[in-house]
Design a protein around this ligand. Structure first.
Ligand code: FES
Length: 110
């Protein structure tokens, strides 16, 4: 085991988890609600601001417990911020409110 907490904290300001969970049932799931498209919108927004995988990591994840037919669930850690019903069209406003228009607040604060 190799604990890398300190090194990772120095590099990484935030980690965006985007649910892309699919399930074979009638229950709502983010895959059916545009999860992959929302994941792409998040990565593109960050990439355009040179923040993708430099200061902000983005990961597809399984169910975050915010399932909906109306959009995707997103969690931003370690901020402990949670969103449901996110569509690709919502992503610019969501990320701007979290990180600033040019991702100048990736380090935290408001
Ligand atoms: S399937 Fe995405 S939050 Fe449950």
């Amino acid at each position: 085991m190799n604990e890398r907490t300190e090194q990772h904290r120095e590099r990484l300001a935030a980690h965006v988890f985007v649910c892309v969970n699919d399930r074979d049932s009638a229950h709502a799931n983010c895959a059916a609600a545009g999860g992959e498209e929302t994941f792409t919108a998040v990565t593109e927004w960050l990439r355009e601001r040179d923040a993708y995988w430099t200061a902000v990591s983005v990961t597809r994840t399984s169910c975050l417990g915010l399932c909906s037919d109306d959009g995707t669930a997103i969690s931003i850690q370690p901020r402990n911020t949670w969103y449901a019903d996110v569509t690709p069209a919502d992503v610019p406003d969501l990320l701007e409110s979290e990180f600033g228009a040019d991702a100048e607040r990736v380090g935290g604060g408001t």
